[in-house]
Design a protein around this ligand. Sequence first.
Ligand code: GLN
Length: 499
Amino acid sequence: MSPALHQLSVAAQAQGLAEGRFSALELTEATMARVQAHAGLGAFLAVDEARARQQAQKADAARAAGTAGPLAGIPIAHKDIFVTDFARTGLPSTAGSKMLAGYQSPFDATVVARLAAAGTVTIGKLNCDEFAMGSANENSAFGPVLNPWDRTRVPGGSSGGSAAAVAARLVSAATGTDTGGSIRQPAAFCGITGIKPTYGVCSRYGMIAFASSLDQAGPMARSAEDCALLLSAMAGFDERDATSAQRPAADYAALMRTPREGASAARPLQGLRIGLPKEFFPAALAADVHAAVRGALAELEKLGARLVNVSLPRTELSIPVYYIIAPAEASSNLSRFDGVKFGHRAAQHGDLLDLYKKSRAEGFGPEVKRRIMIGTYVLSHGYYDAYYLQAQKLRRMIADDFAACFRECDVIAGPVAPSVAWKLGEQAGDPLQAYLADIFTLPASLAGLPGMSVPAGFAANGMPVGLQLIGRHFDEGTLLHAAHALQQATDWHQKEPSL
Ligand code: GLN
């Protein structure tokens, strides 16, 4: 039996469209039907079927005219942290917050605009933790997302809707953002592939800001190949983002396929040194996560890679460092939501100060308020030196630790998270538990390094496990190459949850 349209990868959909086996409109209709059928997962916050059809027809017309972009007619969805032009897409931009409920953006984020220019069809917007703050998608003002592998479990966060939608085959790919792990961890919890590029590879313009020195966009899909196809369309310098890297988008699919020197068909990773930081394999790591990661590493070895022991001695410190710096930046970024310029305004209020207070009290959820308070505290006079400045110094030392490791290895590997996806509600009311579980994703974020989550099999309870690969600055090519080689040799990434 040939696979249904929704089961096809981005690459297979692109091929089918190019060969005229189906039209962009047919693919879009099939995708929207699937999204509707599984609305109960809570992955989507908004869909605009009429506008999606228009975009699909445009893609079909472009293909007939020979002017189609590389991803013409591929239906995708965006994490609702990206603003989408309301006039073009009919989709509000909410950041998962009541503060921005129904907000109509007058423009597209650069990443959204570039994917649209490549021909993708925007199906809708995906649920996420409020302002991307969280690890389980339970901080969304619009309800939780269920993990398609087990509906009693969380999908991870903050890009939980993106991960669940791709894992459930609602869309073949989605965008996500990662400030401290929000692409990698939900990808791992839902058994899909995701890459957070080097800080600056994708423009932050139009990405609703959480922590500007950490926020980075990236693709989430089922394979390294599909991630590469999307990333090439998303990346590249943008004059609207002063921190975007002054380099053009690479052809990541080509980099992914470029053979390594000395490699052979049987040993495509010959000579690749994979560093295993001992701090990434602590006693507290769940035994079946450890076993799955070791299993994936053994496969990489068979493909020619060499495992070397390294150390990232400040791994544990990345938790307090991140949870000082990210809230500090968030407290500043979120000051714009005052009930005047954007978003929610309290219906009943007294003077201007009262308007600010009531609008913010009503519009923000508890986790966002907690971070604004922590951030304001660590930046305040008298505490700045003790907390914020210390955290900045340690951030540099964490980056230096990576630089030392990369003298001994080409890629760093370990688990994405210390456990598989936990039960819905299990950690609600205990934010510290969730913060601690970010231990393996925060270091690469603080150092601005590219990080990837690749399916690495399953735990005893059937939940997916992710292998994390971390690369040198701007060396996404090596990560994608290694992940692709692994996915050519194994089929973990092809396993589908039964819905
Ligand atoms: N879990 C982390 C946090 O809550 C990371 C979130 C993210 O990467 N956006 O801040």
